[in-house]
Design a protein around this ligand. Structure first.
Ligand code: BES
Ligand code: MN
Ligand code: ZN
Length: 508
């Protein structure tokens, strides 16, 4: 785990492997961002010119390395692009700082300690930069040559120590912002680990066991329903999806309660530890990354633990709907009818539309507790990826104001989200001649159809939103900003923000 601290030290005297500075894109070339004055001074005030000579423009994602000036204790200065220079009197955007810090941390993999001299105006800036650095300093190498350290096998260990310069270590707001950043980033990185863990090791029981350990470590209440308890309780959706697998399904309920809570937020995550499609098998080319289909449950898990670590004054219940979707002689068939936990029956027309089936049971279970709001998170549909691309999640809700609030919360924490409708006319496409509803409807607007299906399993009068993270949950391309290849931890920061807003009485 990368350490994060604040320091008032001046850059020149600091013992570190690198000093990170910001460079912005000005109208007439690169501009050294505030926070790096002492560094610029050591280059005789010519740092912007030096950077321009080296080809730097200040563009987002750009990294320029230069030898530190004489007298510096650190050997290297790393200039990271911040994008366009803000208008006069406007500060740098939190997300620009978060991304730049992430890029710098990634570029410094293999080194131990870096001091970040970025333009931090307030505590929120320190939090954003710290969060970006810790998220950029991520690597997943559990499965690389056992027993050797990262260097020995030719890889690079993540940056071990991040020092934020220019922050105020004794200021309560700065301290709190850095603590928050560390808690959120560490839990988010844990969610990434879960997503990246191969499905032969992370089956539903293994995920539940990890949740049990985390509950113990963080003082959470936990209840795990195994296949016997699920059968006894009538959880036909979760059992139906898990029926084909040698690894039985689980429903995990994680509860964080605060003595000062006035509100209760329920979070529900899709936890398909592997989605083969079941009998409606996915073709090759569509199943290689389907270990990521538990990203929603991982995000919910991380958010509940983060809420506990932060001591938020709100009750947060996390529901992890865990199953493996496999074809076999015992698997659910297209044409089968499942009796769900809510009592409704579902005709399964396509076993690859499994996420909505496990969520339906968990949403109904969450509803029975009458929380102030329910938010579910799921890698639910390929249609959402077609609609919004692979960096934006869709937000649907049964309440317009709630949907808007979630969109705004996402934007606040630097996650790209977009509101999507739940058009009533698409509901009849799921009419079934045999059961109360089918698990598939019209192909067009498939992401919205899935949202409409989920809505059927929300208790009367409960505010609910659905986040379809199928696009951003797993990065198949190269790393960018603070986002690595593989599991991204999508939605964790938005969920933590929602818990904070609920605690403050500003949501639900
Ligand atoms: N897990 C998939 C959705 C998905 C697709 C996640 C791409 C991440 C990346 C989901 O279970 C699924 O298979 N959905 C089907 C639904 C269809 C059969 C109605 C889909 O989107 O094709
Ligand atoms: Mn599927
Ligand atoms: Zn799925």
């Amino acid at each position: 785990m990368t350490a994060l601290t604040l320091s008032t030290a001046a850059a020149p005297g600091l013992r570190a492997d690198a000093i990170v500075i910001g460079v912005a894109k000005g109208t007439k070339g690169p501009v050294v961002a505030p926070g790096a004055e002492s560094v610029d001074k050591a280059y005789d005030g010519r740092l912007a010119g030096v950077l321009e000579t080296l080809g730097a423009s200040g563009a987002e994602g750009e990294v320029t390395k230069l030898p530190a000036p004489s007298g510096f204790k650190a050997p290297l200065v790393l200039a990271v692009g911040l994008g366009a220079e803000p208008e006069k009197d406007a500060g740098y955007d939190g997300e620009a700082l978060r991304r730049a810090a992430g890029v710098a941390a990634r570029a410094l993999a293999g080194t131990k300690k870096a001091a970040f001299a970025l333009p931090l105006v307030d505590a929120a800036d320190a939090g954003a930069a710290g969060e970006g650095a810790l998220l950029g300093a991520y690597s997943f190498d559990t499965y690389k040559e056992n027993g050797k350290d990262a260097k020995a096998r030719g890889g690079k260990a993540p940056l071990a120590e991040v020092v934020l310069l220019g922050g105020k270590p004794r200021d309560r707001a700065f301290k709190a912002a850095v603590e928050r950043a560390a808690a959120v980033a560490e839990e988010l990185n844990r969610a990434r680990d879960l997503v990246n863990t191969p499905p032969n090791d992370l089956n539903p029981a293994a995920f539940a066991a990890i949740a049990q350990d985390a509950a113990k470590a963080n003082g959470l209440k936990i209840q795990v329903l195994d296949e016997k308890a699920l059968a006894k309780g009538g959880y036909g959706g979760i059992l139906g999806v898990g029926a084909g697998s040698a690894s039985a399904p689980r429903l995990v309920k994680l509860s964080y309660t605060s003595p000062k809570a006035k509100k209760h937020l329920a979070l529900v995550g899709k936890g398909i530890t592997y989605d083969s499609g079941g009998i409606s098998l996915k073709p090759a080319g569509h199943n290689e990354t389907m270990k990521c289909d538990m990203s929603g449950a991982a995000a919910v898990f991380a958010a509940v633990v983060a809420a506990a670590r932060l001591g938020l004054e709100v009750n947060v219940t996390g529901w992890l709907a865990l199953a493996e979707n496999m074809p076999s002689g015992s698997a659910t068939r297209p044409g089968d009818v499942l009796r769900m936990f809510s009592g409704k029956t579902v005709e399964v027309l396509n076993t690859d539309a499994e996420g909505r089936l496990v969520l339906a049971d968990a949403l109904w279970a969450a509803s029975l507790e009458k929380p102030d709001a329910i938010v579910d998170v799921a890698t639910l549909t390929g249609a959402m990826v077609l609609a919004l691309g692979n960096r934006t999640f869709g937000v649907m809700a049964n309440d317009d104001a709630f949907r808007t609030a979630i969109h705004e919360a996402a934007e606040e924490v630097g996650e790209e989200a977009w509101p999507m409708p739940l058009p009533e006319h698409l509901r009849k496409g799921m009419d079934s001649p045999t059961a109360d509803i089918a698990n598939m409807g019209e192909r067009m607007g498939g992401g919205l159809v899935a949202g409409l299906f989920l809505r059927e399993f929300i208790g009367e009068g409960i505010t609910w939103a659905h986040l379809d993270i199928a696009g951003p949950a797993f990065n198949e391309g190269g790393p960018f900003g603070y986002t690595p290849k593989g599991g991204t931890g999508s939605a964790v920061r938005t969920l933590v923000r929602l818990a904070e807003l609920t605690a403050a009485g500003d949501l639900g």
